[in-house]
Design a protein around this ligand. Sequence first.
Ligand SMILES: NC(=O)c1ccc[n+]([C@@H]2O[C@H](COP(=O)([O-])OP(=O)(O)OC[C@H]3O[C@@H](n4cnc5c(N)ncnc54)[C@H](OP(=O)(O)O)[C@@H]3O)[C@@H](O)[C@H]2O)c1
Length: 327
Amino acid sequence: MPRVVVFDEFGGPDVLRIVDDPVVEPQVGEVRVRIEAFAINPLDAMMRSGAPLVAGSLPHARLGVEATGVIDAIGLGVVGFGLGDAVIITAIADAGGRGAHAEYTTIAVGDVIARPSELDVVAAAAIWVGFSTAYGALVELARLHAGDTVLITAASGSVGRAAIQVARALGAVPIAITRGPGKSDELLAAGAESVIVESEENIVDTVHRHTNGAGVDVVLDLVRGPGQSALLHATRTGGTLVEAGFLDERPTPQPADERVTVVGYRGFEYLAQPEVIKRMEAFLHAGVQRGILRPAIDQTFDLDHIVDAHRRFDEGLHAGKKIIVVP
Ligand SMILES: NC(=O)c1ccc[n+]([C@@H]2O[C@H](COP(=O)([O-])OP(=O)(O)OC[C@H]3O[C@@H](n4cnc5c(N)ncnc54)[C@H](OP(=O)(O)O)[C@@H]3O)[C@@H](O)[C@H]2O)c1
C-alpha cells in the first residue's frame, strides 16, 4: 500500500509518522497523482504544530500543499489530462485529508496544471507556492507594472525570491530586505536592484535614497509585525502594501498611514479561480521557458527522513531555499 505522512497530535517534527494507506479512487472531476516530489512550506509547519488558523482534523491528519507528479487514475468527466501526464499541483485546500506529503493524492482536476518540460522533478516540486503567491500578490492584487519599484521583505525566502523574479519579468524594480548581512550578494545575484540589510540600515532612508525621496510603489510584506510601520513610511502616497505572510509572530500595529492602501493576499482565494490559474500558468510557462523563473533548492530528503526534513525547516537551516522530499 502507498505510504502517507500523518500525525495524530499537534507538535514538533517528531509527531510525523509514515503509515500505509489505501489509494483513493478519483470521483467525478478528480485525478489521482502519483507524487514524484513534494516541498515543505511554512503552512505545513503551522498545520503540524496546530496554529489556530489552519488546525486540521486529528487523528490521522495529512499535510502538504505543494508537489509534482504523474496522473495515475482519472475520474469521470475529466478533460484535458490523460494517464501518465506530468503535472504540478496548484492547490490542496483540504490538506488535512488529501495532503501531498505522500506517495499518492486524489484531488480535483482543477487543482493541477501541466508541468513545463524545462523543469526537472525537484524544481517542479519547488516552484508553485512561491511563484503563485508572488504573482498573485504583485500582479493580480497590487497590479505591479513595468517601471514600478517594489520593496520585498523576507526576500531570501521562497516567496521573496519568486517575487524578485516576477518583478524583473514585468520590468519592475525589486528592492530586497534581509535581516542580516549574510545573504546580500546572493540576493543581488538573484536579481534584486539593491538589498537593504535591516540590522545595519534604516529602511525608510535607504528607500528614499533609491527613489529620489518618492518611496516605493508597492510593498510585498511577508513578515508583518512591528516592522511594518517602516514599510508604510517607505511607500509613496497612493502606493499599495500587500500583506501576504506572517513570519513575525508579534502583533502588527494597525496601519495609521492613510496615504497607503493596505490589502491582504490569501492564496487559496485566488487559486480557486480557474481564470487566475490560467493566467498564472501562462506566466509561469513563459518565464520557465525563458529561464527567468527558477526556485532555489536547499536539500533533498527521501520519505523515510521526513522528520529530519521538517526539523531542518523548523530550525531555519534552509535559509529560505526549498526543502524537497522524494517519496
Ligand atoms: N498569503 C499566501 O497565500 C501565502 C502563500 C505562501 C506563503 N505565505 C507566507 O509567506 C511567508 C513567507 O513564506 P516563504 O515560503 O517564503 O518562507 P521561507 O521560504 O521559509 O522564508 C524564510 C525567510 O524569511 C526571512 N525572515 C524574515 N523574518 C523572519 C522571521 N521572523 N522568521 C523567519 N524568517 C524570517 C528569512 O530571511 P532573512 O534571514 O534573509 O531575513 C528567511 O530566510 C510565510 O509567512 C508564509 O506562511 C503566504
